[in-house]
Design a protein. Structure first.
Length: 337
């Protein structure tokens, strides 16, 4: 997804959505800052959904901890309004007790549905697509039918819970589903969801770290999500990101999403970041950090698909809440003035 005129006047508002009421003078005591709930018009939400449906670089988040909902920082309604894709790292909430592959929490369920249906956030089921993680998917099934049985089980979870697609974490080295069998699984799923499927509005995403998926998956996948975390080094840069894309350049840049681990780096929005031209600072003179650096970055081959964060909800602890994530959304898709 890329860019559309609808966001010309919207994005500045959407990127900072709930933040406006939380800003105070820098001379005030920080614990006096209270984020008050906002009520928006039907037109606001219609515009928000139109922006989500437009052609633009997306924002993505693995979201967790929402099963305990005492703080807005771990509630769906606390997420930035302009978040495009929310991967349900904390599980699938439900309003039906005992429903398979869900946890029962009607309040959390209703908040998720509000974000999905009213705010236009896409909710995806995330799992490790391995026999080891889900042996029940193929129990009693002949091995030659495992791909279909496994794929049908994944699709059933998506459709039974009215979700917007799958996020398959390809960190399954050594499992039967690794390598060529994973390609077969993606080919099977791709008949139904993803860009080649009968229901292309449902996302088929593959996220990964060092173990890259095979190129045979490419036609069927909506986005490839690289866990581009600050890990094993202390400062990030555009050269690293370019190398990550080059390793998967058999897919279009517009399908490539880069993500930072904000769970470990929420205080500054990542690690110190250097852009391709050597720049290390934002336009206001502040040091540039990796979450926003990833949002600003594009491979030399063209515009990327988007940016994102693991445990991104910890940025809620910033002042104002989600400061770094909102700034990154604005940096990736600047509002036209």
């Amino acid at each position: 997804m890329k860019r559309m005129n609808i966001k010309v006047n919207l994005l500045a508002l959407l990127a900072f959505g709930l933040a406006g009421g939380a800003v105070t003078s820098c001379t005030e005591v920080e614990n006096e800052v209270i984020q008050k709930p906002y009520t928006y018009s039907d037109q606001y939400y219609a515009n928000l959904r139109a922006y989500k449906a437009s052609d633009h670089q997306v924002s993505f988040m693995w979201f967790a901890d929402y099963s305990s909902s005492h703080s807005a920082g771990i509630r769906f309604v606390g997420l930035p309004d302009s978040l495009d894709i929310c991967s349900l790292w904390g599980g699938i909430p439900s309003d039906v007790e005992g429903k398979p592959y869900t946890f029962y929490n009607p309040m959390v369920y209703e908040e998720m549905r509000f974000c999905q249906k009213v705010k236009g956030m896409k909710m995806t089921y995330v799992t490790f697509p391995s026999i080891g993680v889900h042996p029940e998917f193929v129990e009693g099934v002949p091995e030659e039918q495992w791909i279909q049985a496994y794929g049908d089980s994944l699709l059933k979870i998506v459709y039974d819970n009215d979700l917007d697609g799958l996020d398959l974490d390809y960190e399954i080295a050594g499992d039967w589903m690794h390598g060529s069998n994973f390609v077969r699984l993606i080919e099977y799923l791709g008949q139904y969801i993803g860009p080649k499927g009968s229901d292309p509005d449902k996302l088929l995403m593959v996220d990964f770290y060092a173990d890259y998926p095979l190129s045979g998956t490419e036609p069927y996948v909506s986005y490839f999500v690289r866990q581009a975390y600050t890990q094993g080094f202390s400062e990030h840069n555009a050269q690293y990101l370019q190398g990550y894309y080059n390793s998967i350049s058999w897919t279009a840049p517009s399908k490539f999403i880069v993500t930072e681990n904000i769970g470990d780096h929420w205080q500054n929005g990542g690690s110190p970041f250097t852009e391709a031209d050597g720049n290390q600072y934002k336009e206001n003179g502040e040091r540039l950090y990796s979450l926003e650096g990833m949002a600003r970055w594009n491979p030399v081959q063209g515009k990327k698909g988007g940016f994102g964060a693991f445990y991104g909800h910890r940025d809620y602890n910033s002042n104002p809440p989600y400061k770094h994530f909102r700034n990154a959304i604005q940096a990736q898709n600047p509002a036209v003035k």
